[in-house]
Design a protein around this ligand. Structure first.
Ligand code: SAM
Length: 275
């Protein structure tokens, strides 16, 4: 029988994936969660019908959301991930020898449990002794931990439901307070093709909270529009002025030192959008 997942993140366009097997499906306290095995992308985590990560293309997102801020900071020791319960960002962060501790603050413990069970290639670093998993709301966690983190990575779902409060000025001001004096943060900031007004608003909200704001892009096949935006808010370090020759060669498939600045070169329509 032909089984297909039809992802309806965007109102008038869908992405579809042929399903080999449904490995797990449940309603958690926060969202509908499914782990599916697909013909094209392998196993995938789906929340509220929206693809979060897949075995085939997860490396693009996880490498870009982590190595850009971590190689921009001079000496990142303590890192916070808000969301990111699949553990992919943690795996990449722990490739940086300077990192002594990383906290994962994920609201839904079932995402963590089921990623550990069904997506070990992505999640296994959650068991590393340098990683602390905290189950709770990232908004409160950030308010309660002022001045603690060198780098914060907001690896969240889209701006609806539990993640809605992770996309506004109040949250960006709290992130500023939660960072050390030379801290830097990054967030996944959606698709400029389908949600230009969201991308524009988020960029400007981050700009009101941080002296240095930069947007970079990466091509992620399973996210709507493929060409996905990330935005950096930084107190001191500018990703565009660092010396790329100091970037160490770590084990990656997408990120490398020549891409560090190149990914900030934006097409005209995005430059015009964010002004
Ligand atoms: N890479 C993904 C994407 O862009 O589709 C995001 C992956 S990760 C699974 C997103 C996680 O953010 C989810 O597991 C969700 O439970 C978590 N999340 C949503 N709102 C949150 C909040 N307020 N605090 C902490 N975690 C949150």
């Amino acid at each position: 029988m032909d089984l297909w997942l039809k992802e309806k993140q965007i109102e008038n366009a869908v992405m579809t994936y042929k399903i080999k097997e449904t490995l797990h499906i449940e309603k958690t306290k926060y969202q509908d969660l499914a782990i599916l095995d697909t013909y094209e992308f392998g196993r995938m985590l789906v929340l509220d019908g929206i693809v979060q990560t897949t075995i085939k293309d997860e490396f693009v997102y996880h490498e870009m959301i982590t190595h850009i801020p971590l190689f921009t900071h001079n000496n990142p020791k303590k890192v916070l991930v808000v969301g990111g319960g699949d553990g992919g960002a943690i795996r990449e962060i722990l490739k940086h020898p300077s990192v002594e501790k990383v906290v994962l603050c994920e609201i839904d413990e079932r995402v963590v449990d089921l990623s550990l069970k069904y997506l070990p290639e992505i999640s296994s670093a959650l068991n590393d002794p340098r990683c602390e998993v905290f189950i709770g709301d990232g908004i409160k966690y950030v308010i309660d931990h002022k001045g603690e983190f060198d780098v914060i990575i907001v690896d969240s779902t889209d701006p609806f439901g539990a993640a809605e409060g992770l996309f506004n000025v109040n949250f960006y001001n709290s992130l500023y307070e939660c960072l050390t004096e030379d801290g830097i943060f990054v967030a996944q900031t959606e698709t400029p093709i389908y949600l230009p007004q969201v991308v524009k608003k988020v960029f400007h909200d981050i700009k009101t909270a941080f002296p240095i704001t930069r947007m970079f892009m990466a091509a992620i096949p399973t996210y709507p529009g493929v060409y996905w935006s990330f935005t950096i808010g930084s107190k001191k370090y500018d990703p565009l002025t660092i010396d790329e020759n100091k970037i160490k060669d770590i084990d990656t498939k997408y990120y490398h030192k020549d891409l560090h600045k190149a990914c900030f070169v934006l097409p005209k329509y995005i430059k015009n959008l964010i002004g």
